[in-house]
Write a protein that binds this ligand. Structure first.
Ligand code: IPD
Ligand code: CA
Ligand code: CA
Length: 265
């Protein structure tokens, strides 16, 4: 196993323990509202601290971009961390959430770990070395078109500027596939594409920590990840489309007519 991935795994497992410890007594967890429909709890913060401590102990000079504590340090190496992806699910006791940790080197994704502590599913990838779920090698699904496809997505529940465009895509996607799923943890949604559990995924208005690890899982599992126009700028736009080459292309064709200038950028 890649030694850097191993450190990230240790950090993700430690954070997973924090998530499970609080999950048994959710009624006592202290929650604050960051903005409308955006919550942070002491669980998010403690899990993030545990991850940062683990990574700092081994890589003291690396920069960090973490959801709750923001950007720290600078340089070629940056860890991108979501300590609890799916906070709304978690706080309701809805069993779908994850820990997401990625390493970018000069902007390029190098390592990824997404951990689902409830199912004990650990997704890992290193650039050029493939992606795994626990010890099994991952490969995206081989479906040749949207016909019969199961597609993951996320609803725009915070920033609603693009709601009409999204609903147009949603309608066309519903009419063209076997069904859509909105599980509620973007990092896991992407891991499911890498594992072939869904055929594709798209979501608007994400943040880098939601998708950094999941994007590498997919490309290392033989899939494609782009922005809504099919370009590579998804770290800038934070809008994503993913799938195997054919499903991804079909999704882009379906999404294209709904793009405003702002979304095409
Ligand atoms: C959220 C989840 C959700 C997605 C949101 C994210 P959080 O992350 O990934 O699936 O739809 O856009 O913000 O806030 O639970 O870490
Ligand atoms: Ca998130
Ligand atoms: Ca989060």
């Amino acid at each position: 196993m890649n030694p850097t991935v191993n450190i990230a795994i240790r950090a993700a497992r430690a954070a997973g323990k924090v998530l499970l410890r609080y999950y048994d007594r959710l009624d006592q967890v202290k929650v604050q509202t960051k903005s409308r429909n955006d919550f942070v709890s002491e669980v998010d913060r403690s899990a993030e601290q545990v991850i940062i401590q683990e990574l700092r102990a081994r890589f003291p000079s690396h920069a960090i971009l973490a959801e709750e504590s923001g950007a720290q340090g600078e340089g070629d190496y940056q860890w991108v961390i979501d300590p609890l992806d799916g906070t709304a699910n978690y706080l309701h006791g809805f069993p779908q959430f994850s820990v997401s940790i990625a390493l970018r080197v000069r902007g390029q994704l190098e390592c990824a770990v997404v951990y689902d502590p409830l199912r004990e599913e650990l997704y890992t990838a290193a650039r050029g070395e493939g992606a795994q779920l626990n010890d099994r090698r991952l490969r995206v699904a081989g479906r040749p078109s949207l016909d019969g496809a199961l597609i993951g997505t996320g609803f725009p529940f915070r920033d609603q500027r693009h709601i009409d465009a999204y609903l147009g895509m949603f309608k066309d996607m519903t009419l063209s596939t076997a069904g859509l799923r909105r599980p509620g943890s973007a990092a896991l949604d992407l891991a499911y594409v890498a594992a072939g559990r869904t055929d594709g995924f798209w979501e608007l208005g994400l943040s880098p920590w939601d998708f950094a690890a999941g994007a590498l899982l997919i490309t290392e599992a033989g899939g494609t990840v782009t922005d809504l126009s099919g370009g590579t700028r998804y770290f800038d736009t934070c809008n994503l489309v993913a799938g195997n080459l054919k499903v991804h292309q079909a999704m882009l064709e379906l999404i294209g007519p709904h793009l405003s200038d702002a979304l095409r950028a």
